[in-house]
Design a protein around this ligand. Structure first.
Ligand code: ADP
Ligand code: MG
Length: 454
């Protein structure tokens, strides 16, 4: 666990009890979680004793992710949750996390939609240059679903607000178009529903459900290929087309742009690419501060600005970790009855994966690394020379700069020999095409990214 305080399962669970009601809903909380007890914390595996078999099934089916997300946020490191019935009718089998996942109860035949988190509204989303375009596109879609942009594709690394924005669209639409059938589902859930409907011979019913959907929000589509391969992809494409062709609104979130999605169906890829494709980038320090201020305000936390500023400066990696760190320092202060100061913040979060500037790669480092790989010098990459190998190396470096740094196209072009931004775009396209066509380029870029982000 990240901090000594949270190495202890009881403290971790106590901190979670403060935030869970708003995450899972008061009824679920009162019925099942309030009376649950932490049983063990071994490495990343947290075992929770729940009151009944029904509670186990209910939580597993609907809230396991939320529970894991919440504990992960507080701990500042991944936590896996296993559930064990802790009552008189205890299940004799040990509840390892995998076991409880495998034992998910049959998916009910009700319409496959997951609930929206009430916190994920446009009002609570902080807009900065990092997410301005994605926010604007999301708002357009919410205001006029199915008209302007039939398909909106949101992508970013983890924890940068895709789910938040997507659910904000859902909330807004439900409020302004109460008759619209809005469905939010993760690709993983979609595949689970599909599998159970195949098993129960209900595929027709499964398909028919989607005829009445007006807005389809599909989260984490990158898992589609990973889970079940072609069958689920075909079924997804079928549903996608049925909605697309009838002018319904589709919003998709992914951890990579459409061109990098591991899908077989090129028609699907091209339809995704023809939509609005918007990425969310990591927030700068001012946006991070604004996010913390908003969060503190909405949770009714009284905390000084210099403490928030210190958190914003120290934690660059992603918003989820940033929010988790805020909860963590607040839990620390209240349990130990101490006043928070910037230096105490440093102390509490010292083991966090902060993604600090020290570990972030620079354009120069990328340039030198790529030059060395191609047996060139950095000067050559920055020169006006244009041999085939120099071009290739320069394009590779430009691509990696775009992926791994926050520099604009302009400043990347300037660094590599004062080139204008259309040259940079050309380079990005060349490399992404090569990644799609040639396994060795995919492999090369992948390895360089891994080495450079260490
Ligand atoms: P993703 O789906 O990209 O992994 P999420 O949407 O789950 O990320 O965001 C992670 C957390 O960070 C959520 O609690 C979300 O509310 C918060 N968050 C992300 N971006 C913003 C933002 N711009 N303003 C306010 N909160 C944000
Ligand atoms: Mg998400």
């Amino acid at each position: 666990m990240a901090s000594a305080l949270l190495r202890d399962m009881t403290t971790l669970w106590d901190a979670a009890l403060h935030v869970l009601p708003s995450r899972v809903g008061q009824v679920t909380f009162d019925s099942f979680l309030r009376s649950s007890v932490p049983l063990s914390l071994e490495g990343a595996e947290f075992t929770l004793g729940v009151p009944s078999e029904f509670a186990r099934a209910w939580i597993t089916e609907r809230h396991l992710r939320t529970l894991e997300d919440c504990l992960t946020e507080i701990a500042g490191e991944p936590v896996l949750v296993g559930l064990k019935v802790n009552g008189p009718r205890a299940d004799p089998a040990p509840a390892r996390p995998e076991a409880s996942v495998a034992a998910r109860p049959p998916v009910p035949s009700a319409f496959p939609s997951q609930p929206l988190n009430p916190k994920y509204m446009f009002e609570s989303f902080v807009v900065g240059t990092c997410n301005q375009f994605a926010h604007a596109a999301a708002l357009q879609v919410a205001k006029a679903p199915g008209s302007a942009y039939n398909v909106l594709f949101l992508h970013s690394k983890v924890g940068l607000g895709k789910t938040h924005l997507m659910q904000a669209i859902g909330h807004y639409t439900r409020e302004h178009h109460p008759h619209f059938q809005v469905v939010y589902i993760s690709a993983e859930q979609f595949v689970n529903h599909l599998i159970s409907s195949i098993r129960d011979n209900r595929t027709e019913g499964f398909r028919n459900h989607y005829r009445s959907v007006d807005m389809w929000l599909v989260d984490d589509i990158q898992f589609m290929a990973a889970i079940q391969g072609q069958t689920s992809e075909e079924e997804f494409f079928h549903t996608f087309n049925a909605l697309y062709e009838t002018g319904k609104q589709i919003v998709i979130a992914s951890d990579c742009p459409p061109r990098h999605l591991q899908i077989m169906n090129e028609r699907l890829r091209s339809r995704l690419q023809q939509g609005i494709v918007a990425d969310l980038r990591p927030p700068d320090v001012d946006t991070r501060l604004a996010i913390l201020e908003k969060k503190a305000q909405s949770d009714g936390i009284a905390i000084s600005r210099d403490v928030l500023m210190r958190l914003a400066q120290r934690i660059e990696s992603n918003v989820r970790i940033l929010e988790g760190a805020l909860m963590n320092v607040c839990a620390y202060a209240s349990l130990n009855k101490v006043e928070l100061t910037p230096s105490l913040v440093d102390e509490i979060i010292r083991d966090y994966a902060t993604g600090s500037t020290a570990s972030r790669v620079t354009i120069e480092e990328i340039g030198s690394h790529v030059a060395a790989h191609f047996d060139l010098t950095l000067d050559e990459l920055q020169s006006a020379r244009r041999s085939a190998v120099i071009n290739r190396a320069r394009q590779t470096a430009i691509f990696l700069c775009r992926e791994l740094t926050d520099h604009s196209l302009h400043s990347i072009g300037q660094f590599f020999g004062g080139r204008d931004h259309s040259t940079v775009i050309h380079a990005l396209r060349k490399v992404s095409d090569a990644i799609e066509r040639e396994p060795q380029t995919l492999w090369l870029i992948n390895n360089m990214k891994a080495t450079l982000s260490e």
